[in-house]
Write a protein that binds this ligand. Sequence first.
Ligand SMILES: *Cc1c(COP(=O)(O)O)cnc(C)c1O
Length: 387
Amino acid sequence: MKLPIYLDYNSTTPVDPRVLETMLPYFSEKCGNAASKTHRFGWVAEEAVENAREKVANLLKAEPSEIIFTSGATEAINLSIKGVFEAYHTKGNHIITVSTEHKAVIDCCKKLEKQGAAVTYLPVNREGLIDLKELENVISDKTILISVMFANNEIGVIQPIREIAEIAHKHNLTFLSDATQAAGKIKVDVQEQHIDLMPLSAHKIYGPKGVGALFVRRKNPRVSLVAQMDGGGHEKNLRSGTLNVPGIAGLGKACEIAGKELESSSKRIQQLRDRLQSGFQKNIPGIKINGSTTHRLPNTLNVSFKNVESHVLMKKLINEIAMASGSACTSAVPEPSYVLKALGLDNESAYSSIRFSLGKLTTQDEIDYAVKKVITEVEEIRKAVVH
Ligand SMILES: *Cc1c(COP(=O)(O)O)cnc(C)c1O
């Protein structure tokens, strides 16, 4: 077993060797620009892009013409929210989202508020789920967009997407769902779940960093967007700029593999996650699992260890386990996670929370080792506090 053990798959994943192999020729011998129509190099690159588009579409049960390639989920989210705001400004200025969304969504909304948008940030209950009645109650004749993420990156909580989509369409509203954490882990189907706009990212599903896609519904209803990147008119005028051909080829392959292996892989990962969770529950008193345990991604465990500051625990295990804490260290003083605060956790519980996220390469030996190490260190830290 190699140390440190990687248990931070929600932050990023290693590139699958089959994905890397698919990408490599497009860096060198197949170096064409997908927009070059006058020679074979361009055609070969374009073929790779269209092939990838089909694979991304297949994973989401979309049509290839509904897939727009971007530099990642953040860009796809920016294009969705700002693009809808501009395209539908004559209809209204009201956006509904949730307080636990990813920063990309929250910060887009914050920016638009400065440009005249009215944004409702719905609260969540202790489980991390929104209230559907509350959602319906805040809809007004000025509402243009509902943005609710499919699954949360910090706690893994899965929102009732189908029900939200029904409400959105009953009121003729566009429904955006950030599926960056859901795609490849659980079933995502834009037809069945009736989603209108759906961003995803390659590097969360064993593809390369810096590439992603946006699903844009073309019928029932057709979604309008105003481009946020102007230039040569690539990607149906929605996202100008020379396409990242190797990255896109890699994203396509990653989606193909994710679709094929989703069931078997998710089942195995969930068993390991449950082993990790029960290992803690049986051996460590004073722990609390954050977020719903029934509507949850199969790979995610977010847990608070009472009287143990997460940064202290992580520091002790820095050479053993890579994990994420429930606080953002962007400033000198770590801020407790706004997601955990939205669940109603007090500062102390938020500061003592850790996110473990498992993936394809996680083994039972690694989980057993992690359980053992965390038990020992939590005991040590608690002893030191008492004496
Ligand atoms: C990682 C992540 C993003 C951002 O994706 P990038 O491709 O890194 O920009 C957005 N939303 C969620 C839920 C994520 O987990």
